[in-house]
Design a protein around this ligand. Structure first.
Ligand SMILES: Cc1cc2nc3c(=O)[nH]c(=O)nc-3n(C[C@H](O)[C@H](O)[C@H](O)COP(=O)(O)OP(=O)(O)OC[C@H]3O[C@@H](n4cnc5c(N)ncnc54)[C@H](O)[C@@H]3O)c2cc1C
Length: 440
């Protein structure tokens, strides 16, 4: 197909979840195809991390894209409406035995999707109109060209052009840096991500190694002052994420590697005064990776002209509700539907991207704030549950922890709500309005 037969050209910096979803939009295109070029900084298309939690709305997206059959074929249990057992929350930051303070029943069971499997499914369904270019690190973009064309400048010195640039280049986004640098004074705080104050130590060990220590397959949150540990089943293994926070460091510069290896002994030391049941689990992982969790300051906009930010580039958040990836999936889905709609043409690009921003800015920033507040509950630093004397045997009291457990239960409620198709119907009506008005 020649370039002139495409209704417009989209460049995506870069890679996986959102962009492939965008590229998949072909199945809907009746009003002209879209040429899609994905530029990935790494030499190969790969993903980090083991699992991604798929809650109700992101599952509806995957169903809409026809992924359900592929996911079932690969042996995953699909999410279900109706009550299911969630995590157990436990008070653990004392040398004597801890106790469970909340057994969470969820109104909706999320799917824990293996990230490499997700990537494999996405790639198998890529549109023929989509080309992936690897080892292409975007350095910056400019928009001075004719017809508001976007020029992408890569670290290897090469240049590409497009009608739309989708910045999906993660928490350290070069697209976001370019966008806010071009806005001048007063926007500097949006260029770099900020330190959340939390380091996450991630490791795992084979289930068989400590079969008696974790007799059930439940996810457990081992909670305490400014620290918490999540132990969760991960196929034949147990995944461990040990979070250590310094609330005063939130928003301050972080001078160290963003991800680095950490010796097991160093992690064990941090939990030396925690309950005896936890310590062997922390010890069981042979090594850990320490992640300095960075987030993006709530941005005043996600769009400038024909450039749009999605996923972590727009709203990187703490991982405390497992929703960052799901929000990225929703961004990509709605953007793909807006751009590939038959009424959307090149002259509508700016208005349509502004509609995307209007639909997604508030919900994604709301999700980020909920995740932050929930993390504070796990670590007894939430303003309503500020348990300062947590090493004392009677502090916090069981009543205080019960109230915390109830609040935690409620904080997950929103993940079982909403309907992607109903929201789309409203968005589509607004899209038609925008495009009709531009005809007048
Ligand atoms: C410890 C931890 C646990 C998490 N757990 C969960 C969970 O359970 N559930 C969940 O939903 N989310 C979770 N998240 C969040 C989730 O990982 C992110 O929200 C999600 O990966 C965002 O996807 P993204 O594509 O926007 O960004 P990324 O996954 O960061 O992808 C960005 C891509 O862009 C490429 N890139 C970067 N810079 C450039 C450039 N200049 N030019 C070209 N390409 C570039 C990168 O190589 C990468 O491929 C967790 C995050 C952390 C840190």
């Amino acid at each position: 197909m020649s370039e002139t037969e495409y209704k417009f050209r989209v460049a995506i910096a870069c890679v996986i979840v959102e962009n492939c979803l965008l590229a998949l939009s072909r199945k809907r295109i009746r009003g002209g195809r879209i040429a899609i070029d994905i530029y990935e900084a790494k030499p190969e298309v790969s993903t980090i991390g083991a699992g991604v939690a798929i809650w109700k709305r992101s599952w509806q997206v995957l169903q809409d894209l026809g992924f359900e059959e592929e996911i079932v074929k690969r042996g995953f249990n699909v999410p279900k409406d109706g009550e299911s057992r969630g995590p157990i929350f436990r008070k653990s930051d004392q040398p004597m035995e801890g106790f469970d303070f909340h057994d969470h029943m969820m109104p909706y069971g999320p799917l824990s999707l293996h990230r490499p499997t997700f990537l494999e499914i996405l790639q198998s369904k890529l549109s023929a109109d989509c080309k992936i270019h690897t080892s292409k690190r975007l350095e910056k973009y400019t928009t001075s060209g004719k017809d508001s064309e976007v020029q992408l400048v890569f670290a290897d010195g090469s240049i590409a052009t497009a009608d739309i640039l989708v910045g999906a280049d993660g928490v350290h986004s070069a697209t976001r840096a370019s966008l806010f640098a071009s806005m001048g004074d007063g926007y500097e705080q949006y260029i770099q991500p900020i330190f959340s104050g939390t380091i996450a130590y991630r490791g795992s060990f084979p289930k068989a190694k400590l079969a008696e220590a974790l007799p059930s397959d439940r996810v457990k949150f081992w909670c305490g002052k400014n620290m918490h540990v999540v132990s969760h089943p991960l196929g034949p293994s147990i995944g461990m994420i040990c979070y250590c926070s310094d609330p005063d460091a939130e928003g301050k510069p972080f001078n160290g590697p963003l991800v680095t290896e950490a010796a097991t002994e160093d992690v064990v030391k941090r939990f030396a005064n925690w309950e005896p049941d936890l310590r062997p689990l922390v010890q069981a992982a042979e090594t850990y990776n320490a992640w300095a969790i960075h987030v993006v300051n709530p941005l005043p906009c996600y769009v400038s002209g024909s450039v749009v930010l999605i996923g972590d580039a727009a709203h990187a958040m703490t991982p405390h509700q497992g929703v960052g990836g799901g929000q990225a999936v929703e961004d990509a889905h709605i953007l793909a539907r807006l751009l590939s709609h038959p009424v959307t043409r090149k002259e509508h690009i700016t208005g349509v991207l502004k509609l995307f921003e209007d639909l997604r800015l508030a919900p994604t920033q709301d999700a980020a704030e909920k995740s932050r507040m929930t993390g504070m509950m796990y670590e007894f630093s939430h303003p309503d549950f500020l348990f300062d004397d947590s090493v004392h045997p009677n502090k916090p009291s069981r009543e205080e922890l019960k109230a915390l457990g109830n609040a935690l239960g409620l904080s997950f409620g929103w993940l079982a709500e909403g309907n992607v198709e109903e929201d789309w119907a409203k968005a589509e009506a607004r899209l038609k309005n925008i495009t009709e008005q531009s005809e007048i």
